[in-house]
Write a protein that binds this ligand. Structure first.
Ligand code: ADP
Ligand code: ASP
Ligand code: MG
Length: 911
């Protein structure tokens, strides 16, 4: 267990002088805080309010396993310390001659007294060098033409950049190197194999060439600049785990010696390459130039290490995977280490320890965007009261191509040495264990290894535990391929309860299954293993949940007719406010009608959706549409909004919910359709984290379903729900007064657009019956539409009329019956109302024309309003009444819209 300790300045950074420093030592999970008084604290401002301190004594410790730097070597010729600035330029920064010029410019403009620049090979060159070896090893003589490619790339770059003696001496050296490489590759070709030191020698040439070219370009500005072959200075000790450990003492000695012969104000050093103690060329392994730069920074005790790359800094997640990722202003050393270890390849994980020892801040900057301030990596910043600033979770990273190995069995519990036996078997095959998790029951040990190593691991374990498996002490060694790791990183997670809950909640809501969990003992990291295909979605779900990006919902709209169209317009008008004020990002990524559909991953431009649908719409295909809405990889949550009245679409809900797609709808068909299907949907919805909202199925935008739910959830008991649920029928009976005939009122309503095109669709009572069924089921009754007695207001002889026109023409012949009923009611001081009733006591429902006293709330309705009275155990004397317009495109779309927002809040948008 490496011991990491860090010092935190508790006094305001503005105060210099004698300071008290609290040093928490982290031993495994224990955190012990000591208050120690130190001598003078030298401090220096870096970016923003970050402060770098260098303690005279005692020093801040690094990892004991990684550092053996002898601090006494301070008095040679090399002027160490603050006068040095160290820069590292990655491969993309020196990708071509123009970029090398830009880099030289940055180096020249840095006004530090002394500069040490570590440079990578030109981009792709290291890959090309490895490729040469592979070709030669496989006896493919195309390595020769590939080598010519390497030569030509560097020759052309040098010709662009240099002239005169600088050019000729570089080209002479380049040609020599290429000739040597040719001989070496020939040897590899003949042997059919390259030893590690052969291959390290070959691949390191990219850095040798880029460093020499850059040094020559800097010299062109008349500055004192030399280059350093880091193999003359950096000494590293190869370890068994295919890594190398720096030998700081030896390196420091060699650096002193080197500097006596090469002192210059600007040194351009090769990244990546080094020597073993036996002077054999080696490398710091892939992407190792960051590590080289960190070691150099420590050797020179520089005041800062600037790592230049092609992004604006460390992002909250890999910007190639999460478009909403943000650049982090600051990161603590620990956070940066965890991020890089778990896959943020912007920084090599071993970069941290060498600089942390001397409290040297690292700044990550973008060579292509000099105006961006970059990310500062330093000791954790606190405010004056010792509070750690920043969010609990800083960022997320992922590692792909992993396999989980699960070793399971009852014989493991309480048997010492099982874990050791497992991991020594794994070590024997040289596999790298990335994460380990063991349940406290000791019933199983599970760990993640790179996919390419899992076969060997599995064989080694099966052979090591053959007897235990045969004897039943181990039940299985299970391999779960195609996995990825997702890690959340943040120093403040350690002291903030609930971070895990939020993290897992976000994953659950995106319907992502977690295969294994580990929390690093430092508590700076929570790691989960998920299926590889879920990984990007998982990353985006957690990223958006922690406010690093807005709560984003992928919305698919089905049926852009009157209601769907109005909804799209409402979303268009409200989108900006939702984004700004509520952090909700609704992206309508698909719209489908019955013949055409339109899709766009970044969101359809809602100011033009009608034109776009016509111009760019493709043939509608429900399965393709569903896959698109769900399968998009940018947005963690998807919702289908069914604005049709179609039973076929309603029959898809179960499948959508099963696939983790939320459903919002005003379509009554699912909830009033066959009872078993309804129960299946509700059952699934309750078991999963997928949501199904249908407020607009009853009373459009009026809060009817939500009121009913609120009553039930808080323990009230529904006795009766009675109401006027149809705007049309409300209008008809509210206006069926005085001497007017019923047919006259129907004609007037039809004219005003208050009825369906065929008014019989309203008068039949089916629509009301569906609403009664929905409310009855919501109240827990198992009612079916078929069994519900419905009074049909269409006179029997007219039910078979071929057209609406014929019906309207003949309706006056039947006015008498209703007029008679109205007069009778009036004589008794009552009115007629067409109502739906859910009788929860008798467990039945009805739809009928009933009489109400003139002072009853139902009698005082006007226009096309709905009114619904809930009689419950709590609201027994006076029912709870909801009243208001219950039909019309605007209010219905508004009801659907509010369900979509409710979903966003459920998914974590701030309320
Ligand atoms: P260099 O060649 O300069 O060392 P790398 O390719 O090694 O550059 O690292 C930079 C790349 O790291 C970026 O282009 C980016 O795509 C990737 N990356 C992954 N995760 C992150 C992250 N969290 N923040 C920034 N960049 C990241
Ligand atoms: N050139 C080396 C590589 O590509 C080292 C580095 O660029 O960091 O792996
Ligand atoms: Mg890199």
């Amino acid at each position: 267990m490496p011991v990491v300790s860090l010092a935190k300045v508790v006094t305001s950074p503005a105060v210099a002088g004698d300071l008290a420093v609290r040093v928490p030592f982290i031993y495994g999970k224990r955190l012990v805080s000591n208050r120690v008084s130190f001598g003078k604290l030298r401090r220096r401002s870096c970016i923003g309010q970050c402060v770098r301190s260098e303690l005279q004594s005692p020093r801040v410790l690094g990892s004991v396993t990684d550092l053996a730097l002898d601090n006494s070597v301070e008095n040679g010729h090399l002027p160490k310390g603050d006068s040095w600035a160290v820069h590292k330029f990655g491969g993309t920064c020196v990708g071509n001659s123009e970029r090398i010029k830009d880099v030289a410019d940055v180096v020249v403009k840095d006004d530090s007294e002394r500069k040490l620049v570590v440079v990578s090979a030109m981009s792709k060159v290291t890959d090309m060098m490895y490729d040469l070896i592979h070709r030669a090893e496989s006896r493919d003589d195309s390595y020769l033409s590939a080598l010519s490619g390497v030569l030509e790339k560097h020759r052309a770059t040098a010709v662009d950049l240099l002239d005169g003696d600088e050019l000729s001496s570089f080209l002479a050296r380049l040609n020599d190197d290429i000739n040597n490489l040719k001989a070496m590759l020939r040897a590899i070709y003949i042997a059919g194999h390259a030893t590690e030191s052969f291959s390290d020698f070959v691949v390191g040439h990219g850095e040798l060439w880029s460093a020499q070219m850059l040094a020559a370009v800097v010299r062109k500005s008349g500055l004192d600049c030399t280059w350093m072959d880091a193999r003359d200075v950096l000494v590293v000790i190869p370890t068994s785990s295919n890594q190398v450990d720096p030998d700081f003492v030896e390196s420091e000695k060699r650096l002193e010696k080197w500097f006596t012969q090469n002192s210059a104000k600007i040194i351009i050093a090769t990244g990546f390459i080094a020597s073993t103690p036996q002077n054999i060329p080696t490398t710091l392994k892939r992407d190792g130039s960051d590590f080289s730069a960190a070691i150099m920074s420590a050797l020179f005790r520089s005041h800062q290490l600037t790592i230049w790359t092609d992004v604006d800094g460390v992002y909250s997640a890999d910007p190639r995977k999460v478009s909403e990722a943000v650049v982090l202003k600051t990161l603590s050393y620990q956070e940066a280490w965890e991020m890089s270890y778990f896959g943020a390849n912007v920084l090599h994980p071993r970069t941290i320890i060498p600089v942390m020892k001397y409290d040297i801040p690292i700044v990550i900057r973008n060579i292509f965007n000099l105006s961006a301030p970059g990310t500062m990596i330093c000791r954790q910043i606190e405010d004056e009261d010792g509070y750690k600033l920043d969010a609990p979770v800083k960022g997320f990273a992922t590692i792909d191509n992993l396999a989980l190995v699960n070793v399971e069995g009852t014989g493991m519990a309480g048997v010492p040495g099982t874990a050791s036996a497992i991991f020594s078997a794994v070590k024997e095959v040289g596999a790298n264990v990335i994460m380990i998790s063991q349940a406290s029951s000791e019933h199983s040990v599970c760990f993640a290894v790179p996919e390419k190593e899992v076969k060997a691991v599995s064989e080694a374990l099966n052979s090591r535990f053959r007897q235990a498996l045969a004897g039943g002490r181990l039940s299985q060694i299970e391999i779960i391929p195609n996995c990825s790791i997702l890690a959340a990183v943040g120093q403040k997670m350690a002291s903030t309860p609930g971070v895990c809950a939020t993290f897992f909640n976000a994953l659950a809501k995106a319907n992502i299954n977690i295969r294994a969990i580990a929390q690093g003992c430092s508590e700076f990291n929570i790691t989960v293993v998920v299926k590889r295909e879920d990984c990007i979605r998982a990353l985006r779900a957690v990223h958006s949940r922690f406010y690093l990006s807005r709560t984003t919902l992928a919305v698919g709209i089905i049926g852009p007719g009157l209601i769907g169209g109005t909804l799209l317009d409402q979303i268009r008008d409200q989108a900006a406010v939702l984004k700004e004020e509520f952090k909700i990002d609704l992206r309508v990524i698909g719209i489908t009608g019955s013949s055409k559909m339109l899709m766009s991953e970044s969101g359809i431009d809602l100011s033009r959706w009608r034109e776009l649908m016509k111009e760019e719409g493709e043939k509608a295909d429900m399965e393709k549409f569903t896959q698109y809405v769900k399968g998009n990889h940018f947005i963690p949550n998807s919702v289908m909004v069914d604005c049709t009245a179609d039973a076929d679409i309603a029959s898809c809900y179960y499948d959508w919910l099963l696939r983790g797609i939320h459903v919002v709808t005003p379509n009554k068909k699912a909830n009033s359709g066959p009872l078993d299907q309804y129960l299946k949907i509700r059952d699934l919805q309750r078991k999963s984290y997928t949501h199904y909202f249908y407020e607009a199925t009853v009373g459009a935008g009026l809060p009817i379903i939500s009121t009913l739910r609120g009553l039930l959830e808080t323990g009230d008991k529904i006795l009766r729900i009675e109401g006027i649920f149809s705007g049309t029928l409300s209008y008809l009976f509210n206006n069926f007064v005085g001497t007017r005939s019923f047919s006259e009122v129907v004609a007037e309503a039809k004219q005003a657009g208050f009825t369906e095109p065929d008014p019989r669709d309203d008068l039949s009572g089916t629509d009301v019956a569906r609403k009664v069924t929905i409310l009855a089921r919501e109240s827990g009754l198992k009612l079916d539409l078929e069994g519900l007695p419905v009074q049909n207001l269409v006179p029997k002889p007219l039910q078979a009329c071929a057209s609406a026109e014929e019906f309207m023409e003949k309706l006056p012949q039947f006015d008498e019956e209703l007029s008679k009923q109205r007069e009778e009611a009036e004589a008794a001081g009552e009115v007629l109302r067409y109502v739906g009733v859910v009788d929860a006591v008798e467990k039945k429902g009805t739809v009928e024309l009933k009489r109400y006293k003139k002072d009853h709330p139902f009698a005082q309705l006007s226009g096309a309003d709905n009114i619904i009275a809930f009689t419950t155990k709590r609201y027994k004397e006076q029912p709870l009444i909801v009243r208001g317009p219950g039909a019309g495109a605007q209010v219905t779309a508004g009801g659907i819209f509010s369900d979509i927002l409710r979903l966003a809040f459920y998914l974590g948008a701030p309320s």
